[in-house]
Design a protein around this ligand. Structure first.
Ligand SMILES: [Zn+2]
Length: 93
């Protein structure tokens, strides 16, 4: 499974990836045009997997305001259950 399902064929990984692979997939999707877009059905309530705090993920790639932990969600499945965490210490380029 690769590509984001829209036929653009960008990047590696895919919308079914987990963890860091999913974060990097969303970050790079459409040449980086997706990561800063607002989640279409509104911000998701996320429990940070790094510090345990909760925050609202408003864009497809976002960071916890408390600890900077990087989280992302696939644009076609934007639900809190599908939010993936990049891993401890990972920071966006
Ligand atoms: Zn956090």
């Amino acid at each position: 499974m690769s590509g984001c399902g829209c036929g653009c064929g960008s990047g590696s990984g895919g919308p079914y990836s987990k963890g860091l692979e999913l974060v990097e997939f969303v970050y790079n999707a459409h040449g980086g045009a997706v990561r800063d877009q607002k989640i279409m059905n509104g911000p998701l309530a996320v429990a940070c997997q790094e510090c345990g705090g909760s925050f609202a993920l408003a864009t497809y790639v976002g960071t916890c305001p408390a600890c900077g932990g990087v989280h992302a969600v696939a644009p076609m499945f934007p639900t809190a259950e599908n939010v993936q965490y990049a891993g401890k210490g990972y920071r966006l380029p």
